[in-house]
Ligand binder design. Structure first.
Ligand SMILES: [Zn+2]
Length: 133
């Protein structure tokens, strides 16, 4: 998984940057019946390292879900995007933030962002326009 080497970057006086990468999501995160990830998750992130070594990571993730429509069971495929927004503090987070030592590991933030972005069901193009009953 992708990491931000805060100590190494700080030594080089680099305090912000961008990261773009793809990764395979944990299939266990998805609990919509008959649905799977049809693509790796694409992440586009920015990071900023503050003077006190607090690291802010923001950006977007996107991925495709594929399976049976939760309403009519016809094949459905949908591109989902979600926001990424996390603060990393050293050595420990306070519950609202994540902790790190020297290197920010993005696993937990990406997992949380993915869980937040996941819809509760997958709808096909015909069903997505039907109002909720
Ligand atoms: Zn449908």
């Amino acid at each position: 998984m992708v990491e931000i080497d805060v100590r190494g970057l700080s030594a080089k006086r680099i305090y912000e940057g961008e990261l773009a990468f793809d990764y395979e999501p944990e299939s266990g995160l998805l609990d919509i019946p008959f649905t799977e990830f049809a693509s790796p998750v694409h992440a586009e992130l920015r990071y900023k390292i503050a003077e006190d070594q607090t690291v802010e990571v923001t950006g977007m993730i996107s991925f495709t879900l594929k399976g049976a429509c939760s309403r009519c069971l016809e094949p459905a495929e949908r591109r989902i995007t979600g926001e990424v927004n996390g603060i990393f503090e050293t050595p420990e987070g306070d519950g609202e933030t994540y902790g790190y030592r020297n290197v920010v590991k993005l696993d937990e933030l990406l997992r949380d962002s993915l869980l937040f972005a996941l819809p509760s069901r997958l709808l096909c193009d015909a069903c997505i326009d039907i109002p909720e009953d």
